[in-house]
Write a protein of this length. Structure first.
Length: 184
């Protein structure tokens, strides 16, 4: 089995954005510049003396995320990694072949609930979001065609896209980019 850094280096060469969400935390972290700094704000004297705030810059995509909520550097690092995964899922697109089989994480989620109601705490949530947005973009943000490919009704697709505020924002941003009216 490859070490996490070897896995990350091999995958950073590939152009498919989906592989970044498949990486283990250590491998994804190895693709980032990590900045530790002292955060300002409430928290007392300890907060002013320890560098607990974490900023991650993903070198491959240029995405940057921060976490400053906790006085623990380890908790902030975990939050920042979670935010990086969300940012990758929402912004990085990969081409989708409509005739190809969907990723396993999507198929399993659809088998569990045919309406694609997936909890944000589900380990594959951001992979599913990324795949749905990739299909959505492959049909130039057209809801009905994307829904057919995803084996959902248009209402189910819209409900899924609406379930997360940042996902809904990105959906309407993509709709505007392709010249469609915003979804309500």
């Amino acid at each position: 089995m490859k070490r996490a850094t070897d896995q990350a280096n091999d995958l950073s060469i590939q152009s498919s954005a989906r592989v970044w969400l498949e990486l283990a935390d250590e491998a994804l972290l190895s693709q980032c510049e990590v900045d530790l700094y002292r955060a300002s704000g409430p928290g007392g004297q300890k907060r002013n003396k320890t560098s607990s705030a974490v900023r991650l810059r993903h070198r491959v995509t240029g995405l940057s995320v921060t976490a400053v909520e906790s006085r623990s550097q380890h908790e902030n690092r975990a939050r920042a990694l979670s935010r990086l995964r969300r940012a990758i899922a929402l912004t990085q697109r990969s081409p989708v072949d409509p005739a190809a089989l969907p990723p396993e994480s999507y198929s399993v989620a659809l088998q569990c609930d045919a309406t694609l109601r997936v909890n944000r705490r589900h380990p594959d949530y951001w992979r599913i979001v990324q795949y749905v947005l990739d299909v959505f973009v492959s049909y130039q943000a057209g809801v009905s065609d994307a829904a057919k490919t995803l084996h959902l009704s248009t209402g189910q697709l819209v409900r899924f896209l609406k379930s997360e505020p940042k996902l809904w924002e990105q959906t309407n941003r993509l709709r505007a980019q392709f010249g469609h009216p915003l979804l309500r």
